[in-house]
Design a protein. Structure first.
Length: 198
């Protein structure tokens, strides 16, 4: 190396001969050195050829670490965690190999599509008709519950927590047309036979 040069090594410890470096520092041929990696780690100032070398700075293989870098790493991690929780594609895939394949094969597109479908279903859910007050309680619990796809169609078997049912309503009757127990049926008593009382 040139007389009076400064040496910095943050790559690999074996690149620098520590005995030769210690001799060059003592003779002044190398003005100063900074090492982050060493031939034997963990590095100790109390042993090895560099223990008495002047103008030497040694760090314990910290690589990129600084207070600012640590803060930026925490912020970047929090941002990516937030993106993952909200179901969005990671923002910076700078070092991603085959990024196009990853984006198309990963479930991000499917997750976004499912979110859009859920939002549409929530907007399309029917509002409870005022006339259902007084009529809905005649059916087993859960028979009139609104599922993500809207009011359920004819069911067989039993509703969780309820009694066995064949149909929540007779075919062709809208809940708004069903009568309450205290009102006569608009469609006559023969329609009441089709309804299963709890």
């Amino acid at each position: 190396m040139r007389q009076g040069a400064f040496l910095v090594n943050s790559a690999r410890g074996g690149l620098v001969d520590e005995k030769a470096l210690a001799q060059a520092l003592k003779e002044g041929r190398i003005r100063g050195a900074a090492l982050d990696v060493h031939e034997s780690e963990p590095f100790s100032f109390s042993q090895g050829p560099l223990k008495d070398a002047p103008n030497l700075i040694c760090t314990p293989h910290t690589a990129w670490y600084s207070e600012q870098a640590s803060l930026e790493m925490r912020e970047a991690a929090a941002t990516e965690i937030r993106r993952a929780i909200t179901g969005r594609i990671p923002d910076s895939l700078r070092n991603c190999i085959n990024k196009e394949f990853f984006v198309t094969s990963a479930p991000w597109g499917m997750m976004e599509q499912q979110q859009q479908q859920q939002q549409q279903q929530q907007q399309q859910q029917p509002q409870v008709h005022p006339e259902m007050n007084g009529a809905a309680y005649r059916f087993p619990p859960g028979a009139m519950g609104v599922a993500p796809g809207g009011i359920p169609g004819p069911m067989e078997g039993s509703v969780p927590g309820g009694a066995p049912i064949s149909h929540p309503l007779p075919p062709g009757i809208h809940p708004s047309q069903a009568s309450s127990p205290h009102q006569p049926s608009k469609h006559g008593d023969h329609m009441r036979e089709h309804m299963t009382e709890p």
